[in-house]
Design a protein around this ligand. Structure first.
Ligand SMILES: [Zn+2]
Length: 92
């Protein structure tokens, strides 16, 4: 007996052969199945696609009032200073 789970379908989706096997066993379910890739992507192709996915560290500026390192175009979380004036009043 076969037990199919959504996880195993998702895991094997890009393999393609799994779903094509299911189509051979149950030809009637073809309308419910998405387009299936013909071949497995190589590890090289996946790596080349992901070569640009890495996150880069944000460029930090220093607050002109309190010198805290903050991202540009962001109100200083320490003193509430932004664009030459205090935008957010701090409680202390
Ligand atoms: Zn500041």
């Amino acid at each position: 007996m076969f037990i199919l789970s959504v996880d195993s379908l998702a895991k094997d989706f890009y393999d393609g052969s799994f779903l094509r096997t299911i189509l051979l066993i149950f030809p009637g379910c073809s309308e419910e199945v998405m387009a299936v890739p013909k071949r497995k992507h190589s590890n090289s192709r996946t790596g080349k696609r992901r070569a640009h996915d890495a996150l880069k560290a944000r460029n930090l500026q220093y607050c002109s009032k309190c010198s805290t390192a903050i991202p540009s175009h962001v109100v200083c979380p320490n003193c509430g200073y932004y664009m030459g004036r205090t935008v957010v009043e701090s409680e202390s």
